[in-house]
Design a binder for this molecule. Sequence first.
Ligand code: SF4
Length: 327
Amino acid sequence: MNQFQYLRPTKPKAAIDALARDTNAQFIAGGTNLLDLMKRGVMAPQKLVDINKLPLDKIEKQNDSLRIGALALNSTVAEDKLVLERHPLLAQALNAGASAQLRNMATVGGNMLQRTRCHYFYDTALPCNKREPGSGCGALEGFNRMHAIFGFSDKCIAVHPSDMSVALVALDAAVLVSGPKGDRRIAFADFHRLPGDTPQKDTNLEQGELITAVEVPDSPFTKNVHYLKVRERASYAFALVSVAAALSLDGQTIKDARLAMGGVAHKPWRLSEAEKSLIGKPATEATFRQAADIAMRGAKAFKYNEYKLKLAPNAIVQALKNAASVA
Ligand code: SF4
């Protein structure tokens, strides 16, 4: 591992200043992804700004939303009474991620910023445009079983690995950030990027910007929700495909719906058209199948991930059935 400078500020401004001036610096909180990347030589920051002393771990009810501090631990959020009451979909998604030990270390901000688990990205002997822009994409013609079926480019076909982020995009969350130019609020749907020609950039954060909190607006999705994660083993595995499904029901009629997928794109993939198709319809398997067909429009597979074209719509139908308690 390279040598690096280590700072531990106690005020957000000091943390922001430390990064704003230095493009080769990184914030570190739980470190559950960054330390692996540093040990493997994928990332080599010259300065680590440890933000664990910043007062950013509260979970608080606001007028019409729940504000979750960026340093709240994944396990704390998943067990929080307010989260369980108001946003059970988020709790389910968090509990589907990683392992209990990792959830005890990983923070909300870090979860969003974790990097893809594409094997070519982690192997510094292989080409990867995300790790080394211009070197090529090893996965494009390689072993691309875990890769994207939506929103990819010829520069990168990686997927975002976070489960939590799939629930947050479905719930219309917002990311609150502070930076050298002040504070701003980013809709969760705009926080992560598609790869385009610059796959090295995972998010729309600017240099020196610090995530301070996530706000999840109040919604009627407190009961009929389900986070379905399909993976290769029961725990401690990334999603082949995951689905965050939330329904607001009037009897068996769907009043409103939220739907997003993970494991299929470079960002959490919101399924807005499929959501619209559900509204006003009966909560039946036929309705859910129709929505899944709409959700899959435009999907395209590579040599080894064709199975996702079948798995993804089936996962959507099953998640919606579970959310609606349809047998
Ligand atoms: Fe790198 Fe993206 Fe290609 Fe994976 S898919 S090798 S992360 S450029």
